[in-house]
Design a protein around this ligand. Structure first.
Ligand SMILES: [Zn+2]
Ligand SMILES: [Zn+2]
Length: 499
């Protein structure tokens, strides 16, 4: 296993220069209150470096205007007949075809690049239905902040959409724009590129490649990635937060600087949010974590282990112990892995299984050097809190459909609870359990009767199967036979028992 490598679209160890600008501006050419020259002057007064005037469905020529020191880059907001798309660095006026994929394709082939605007605008926060954002291809980013939407229906933020898209679609960049229609919100939000030089081409290249951050007031001075570490220095953040897959908060640090080591990070990517005074913020683009823990987890997720169950004539003599002539002759499963970190050492856990007289018998071994500390608060069968003790949970998908399953929880005292998540079979399974203690281990045997379930058991029949061990001594940890991702209730990821 080689080391974690970070892929950041912005890395200030590369040579470059910071340049700031707004990509979303309206003027009297469409529905704005001010003429283009006034808007240019007001952005120049802010000290911005570049400006895109992006009137609705029009691409005006500003070459006769005074740029007031700004680099002016052409833009257009494709508006009519559907949700709005910014054509950043527009070269031609792309028609506002209702099929937005056609618009994006034309932007990409003939014009600039595409940004989906204010996704949470409108009363239902649904200017862009999420399914459409997922389905559309080849756009560069979305607006994660749109200042105009502060005073219109819906939310000015698009972070919920961004986090889902990053988890489910891939890398799209987050932009913060004014969408100014008058002078009142000029300078509310902007994007800061780390560009090779101070030219329109270099700015466009940086924006397209994600070499920028979005801001409403926090200034990032440095963003470096080296090996597994991210180092961010800001001028004015009070708190910096690392955000992972689906918006999960991974780490937070007070002050203006953050160093975060991703080598124990379970997310395949991260992004960084910087919080300053008032509502000042900055958002970096996502940084991908290659060769990290999430890659190992993904490999495990795809692996789907199989265990061959021996058929025996005579049922095991249920003592709870793993040592007897029958179990001695049976191969154990592979060792369980930590649910939270597949590289971590865990207490050894494994199982053996046999099939006899239409019953599935399991013998489960749980290494435990601190047997006197076992938590066994549940003292009755059928208790839904059984999992809160030192326990195992067995998940059995009898039809191997990846949909329906039974869950059986058993604590170290032998009390059990069975729940059916099987649409065809609401009755709990008939179960017998026996627990025992061995040197540095607690062990159990369980018989699960599969008679009277309307099943047949031809040779090679498969069940979906998963076992979790919950250890409650010290830090609460779980270990798994099959890595199932976010939840044990994910039968499509279960392993397979073959009888
Ligand atoms: Zn718009
Ligand atoms: Zn607009």
């Amino acid at each position: 296993m080689s080391n974690t490598i970070l892929k950041s679209p912005l890395n200030t160890t590369d040579s470059g220069t910071w340049l700031r600008g707004n990509l979303h501006t309206h003027t009297t050419i469409s529905d704005g209150a001010e003429n283009p020259q006034t808007m240019i002057q007001s952005y120049a007064d802010l000290g911005h470096d570049f400006l895109f005037i992006s009137d609705h469905d029009s691409l005006a020529d500003y070459s006769n205007l005074d740029p007031c020191g700004l680099i002016l880059i052409k833009g257009n907001e494709v508006t009519a007949s559907g949700p709005h798309i910014l054509d950043v660095g527009a070269k031609v006026l792309v028609p506002a075809t209702p099929d937005r994929q056609t618009v994006i394709n034309q932007i990409n082939t003939e014009s600039g690049f595409a940004v989906l605007n204010h996704p949470n605008n409108t009363f239902s926060q649904n200017h862009y239905p999420y399914e459409l954002m997922l389905e559309l291809k080849d756009y560069t980013g979305i607006e994660i902040f749109n200042a105009k939407a502060l005073s219109s229906a819906g939310s000015h933020l698009g972070l919920n959409r961004w986090d889902r898209l990053l988890a489910e679609k891939g890398m799209v960049w987050g932009f913060a724009n004014d969408d100014s229609h008058d002078l009142s919100i000029v300078g509310s939000a902007w994007n800061v590129v780390w560009a090779k030089d101070k030219s329109g081409d270099a700015i466009l290249e940086a924006l397209k490649n994600g070499s920028f951050y979005a801001s409403t007031g926090v200034e990032i001075i440095q963003l470096e990635v080296k090996n597994s570490k991210v180092h961010v220095v800001t001028a004015n953040a009070d708190k910096i937060i690392v955000v992972g897959k689906y918006g999960k908060r991974l780490f937070e640090s007070n002050g203006h600087e953050l160093i975060f080591d991703t080598s124990e990070c379970l997310s395949p990517y991260l992004r960084i949010e910087c919080y300053g005074s008032g509502e000042k913020m900055a958002w970096t683009q996502p940084i991908q974590i290659a060769n990290g823990l999430s890659n190992i987890l993904q490999d495990n997720l795809n692996e789907n282990p199989t265990y061959s169950v021996s058929r025996v004539e005579i049922e095991p003599n249920m003592t709870g112990k793993t040592v007897d002539p029958l179990w001695d002759s049976i191969q154990p499963s592979r060792d369980f892995m930590s649910a939270s970190n597949p590289k971590a050492q865990t207490m050894q856990t494994n199982f053996k299984a046999v099939f006899a007289q239409e019953k599935l018998f399991l013998s489960i071994y749980c290494e435990e050097p601190e047997l006197d500390k076992l938590r066994m608060n549940v003292k009755d069968n059928g208790n839904p809190k059984t999992w809160t003790d030192d326990s195992v949970e067995i998940f059995l998908d009898l039809d191997h459909t990846g949909k329906d399953y039974f869950q059986i929880m058993l604590n170290a005292a032998g009390y059990y609870a069975c729940s059916s998540f099987d649409s065809k079979r609401k009755e709990p399974l008939i179960i017998k359990t026996k627990v025992a203690r061995e040197e540095n281990a607690w062990t159990l045997e369980i018989s699960i009767s599969l008679a009277n379930l309307g099943l047949h058991f031809p040779l090679g029949k498969e069940f979906g199967f998963h076992i979790v061990r919950n250890r409650k001594i010290g830090l609460f940890t779980s270990s798994l036979w099959t890595y199932v991702g976010e939840s044990n209730h994910s039968p499509r990821f279960y392993g397979t028992l073959t009888i």
